[in-house]
Design a protein around this ligand. Structure first.
Ligand code: UD1
Length: 429
């Protein structure tokens, strides 16, 4: 199993190119099931989750072709993938595939919309809380599907097709909003989604579906309206930049000190986290090229954050920000409101010398003068990268074990950080 070795204490200086967003690429790839024509996606990150989803889609009959890089392309250029679901050969997504990645459950919506039936295993993914799918099922039922849960599988049928409806989510859910948009795009009549997720990835999926011929308006607001259309066609779409990757490296730069340009990052998708970084003492400058984060010499101030749906502070940056706060001059409170049990990084950060106390959904972080390198274990995707961030500022060597979690969500992490002066290497075994 691969490990990552980091020697802390180096500043980060240079340019980090931001990849296409994993959390946009996954639903966009799934949307290819909605049309027999080709959906071409540019800027798809080369990640374990993307490659796993390609296998899952292949099982349903989706052919894919990865376009080669052209001469002169930078090695950072993410891939262009053509997806073609001309014939759906199987409407079942089996446990062996779905259990490894929660987002793959979302295939239920396009399969149901196009084939009138889908049988999808209850999902897996990161072990952060129970993460149910009741709201996704509720949305499908509102649209007229009959849903049964049998032997760990969700079996949804709509032999006469789906019908537009009003779907009000009692809680903001990104996956629920993706599911509702994909299912309603070709339903008969109009759909209104109330209390919809406003995340940039929802906006990106809606934009792509509209290029495919859907009539979706309001994405990015809490109320989304969808006029059902008979069929969808192929399209070409560029995956938006990964705001979580950008936020992660912004926090890394604030932690290690130095001056880093996050090339291609979109500040608007990251405002809340950037504000928190400024409050902590980093300098942030936004330009056409991206976002530049600097911290020179001065210590870090403690900042309280509370995770919330977009545009609030993202839960996917909570672990990274906590790593930063371990070195602040004072105490901070980090409140997790989205997922229960998303504090698995706390005990690993403690191995590096962090002082953190948990009280329900609040982590109380007492800033310390120094962290010290140690062997640690990656537990989930975002928790793992928080250990990398802490290790950048720790004295001596940190060995991060079980890095396959990192490979699910961070493209060329070691290359991007070492390109800015970090001492970081992958040890394969
Ligand atoms: C997506 C992101 C994930 C991010 C999360 C919140 C992808 C691939 N993953 O996950 O990185 O952390 O949004 O921003 O895009 N819930 C229910 N019932 C449901 C569905 C959700 O109770 O049927 C709850 C969840 O347990 C959680 C909250 O709603 O407490 C938000 O979850 P949701 O937004 O659905 O997360 P995902 O779409 O799975």
């Amino acid at each position: 199993m691969d490990r990552i070795r980091i020697v802390g204490g180096r500043e980060l200086n240079g340019v980090i190119p931001i990849s296409g967003a994993k959390n946009a690429a996954l639903p966009l790839m799934i949307a290819s099931l909605l049309t027999p024509e080709t959906l071409t996606l540019e800027n798809v990150p080369d990640l374990a989750d993307v490659n796993r989803l390609l296998r899952i889609l292949g099982n349903h009959g989706v052919d894919h072709m990865v376009e080669g890089r052209r001469f002169g392309d930078s090695p950072d250029a993410s891939r262009t993938i053509r997806l073609s679901a001309r014939d759906i050969v199987d409407t079942t997504a089996p446990y062996e595939l779905v259990s490894k990645m929660r987002a793959s459950f979302w295939v239920v919506a396009p399969l149901l919309a196009r084939m009138g039936e889908a049988k999808v295993s209850l999902p897996g993914g990161c072990a952060i809380g129970t993460r149910p799918v009741d709201l996704l099922i509720m949305a499908l039922e509102k649209l007229g599907a009959k849903v049964e849960i049998e032997a760990g599988y969700v079996h949804a049928t709509a032999p006469k097709g789906l019908r537009g409806a009003e779907i009000e989510f009692p809680k903001v859910t990104v996956g629920g909003t993706h599911t509702a948009m994909m299912a309603a795009a070709t339903a008969q009549g109009a759909t209104r989604i109330l209390n919809a997720a406003r995340e940039p990835e929802v906006v990106d999926l809606a934009a792509c579906l509209n290029k495919m011929g859907a009539k979706i308006s309001g994405a990015g607001r809490s109320e989304i309206e969808i006029e059902g259309v008979g069929r969808l066609n192929g399209a070409r779409h560029r995956v938006l930049p990964d705001r979580i990757e950008a936020g992660t490296y912004a926090i890394a730069a604030a932690m290690a000190g130095g001056d880093v340009l996050l090339a291609g990052a979109e500040a608007g998708a990251l405002q809340n986290a950037l504000d928190a970084l400024v409050a902590a003492g980093a300098q942030v400058a936004v330009s056409n090229e991206g976002v530049r984060v600097k911290r020179n010499g001065a210590g870090l101030s403690p900042v309280d954050v509370e995770t919330a749906p977009f545009p609030g502070f993202p839960t996917d940056l909570q672990a990274q920000f906590m790593a930063l706060m371990t070195r602040a001059k004072g105490d901070s409170r980090i409140t997790e409101t989205i997922f229960e049990n998303r504090f698995m990084h706390v005990q690993e950060l403690a191995r590096l010398g962090a002082r953190i106390r948990l009280e329900g959904d609040v982590a109380l972080v007492e800033g310390v003068e120094r962290l010290e390198g140690a062997p640690v274990m990656a537990t989930d995707l975002r928790a793992s990268v928080s250990l990398v961030i802490a290790a950048l500022a720790a004295e001596g060597e940190t060995m991060v074990n079980r890095v396959y979690h990192l490979d699910r969500g961070f493209e060329r992490l070691e290359a991007k950080l070492s390109g800015c002066g970090a001492v970081i290497e992958r040890l394969s075994s």
